[in-house]
Design a protein around this ligand. Sequence first.
Ligand SMILES: Nc1ncnc2c1ncn2[C@@H]1O[C@H](COP(=O)(O)OP(=O)(O)O)[C@@H](O)[C@H]1O
Ligand SMILES: [Mg+2]
Length: 224
Amino acid sequence: MASLSVEDLWLSYGGSDWVLRGVSFSLGPGVHVVAGGTGSGKSSLLRALAGVAERIHGAVVRGRVRADGRVLLVPQEPDLFILMPTVSEELEYLAGLSGGRYTAGELASIVGLEDRLHMRISRLSAGERQRLALASVWALGSDIVLLDEPLAYLDLWGARELVSLLHQLARKRVVVIAEHRLWMLAPLSPRVLVLEGGRLVFEGGFEEACERGFERLDFGPSCG
Ligand SMILES: Nc1ncnc2c1ncn2[C@@H]1O[C@H](COP(=O)(O)OP(=O)(O)O)[C@@H](O)[C@H]1O
Ligand SMILES: [Mg+2]
């Protein structure tokens, strides 16, 4: 079973103050939301979890990250992730990467883009692009999926479709989502990790997070 844990994780960007301060947790399959206001360290945490903080972002990382499974980081801007001009070409490419485990058609049906095959990527909605980017999870056999604010540019309909795909994705995988609009993720009954100033100040169930009512998090009408 896939798992992801960190122990006493510290991160800074060359000479800056520590952006993550002694973060520790251990996650199994299911949906986990990393919540916190702007600048609390959510994106930095995902970069450290994906092992790219030092190599790509020039960060200094201390502590331990242990990923038991293949990790995939989907950046906030999913366009960075898509290489081909049309949906069908992108899915053919991903089917190739899957080593014959999936056809382009199968990937299209998993992510609900069967009727978009001939469209140019530039004509897709933000939600459709996110779902296309997530076809990589199946193509690459990822066990641990990290998403940075996947709902940022989505309308309500797009968000619902994405949430239902995330639900399916999380059955066997560890899914970590950086997001402050918690109410949109309420249907997934996520576990919630709250960052404040780079420290993990809360880890628990959605209901409990609601009861605590963190000032900078948007629980909307989802708290009972
Ligand atoms: N590449 C970077 N270089 C220098 N500082 C950064 C970089 N990325 C983020 N930071 C700083 O680290 C802190 C945490 O940022 P970030 O991890 O992006 O938080 P969040 O995703 O919660 O908004 C902020 O003060 C931000 O300015
Ligand atoms: Mg961020």
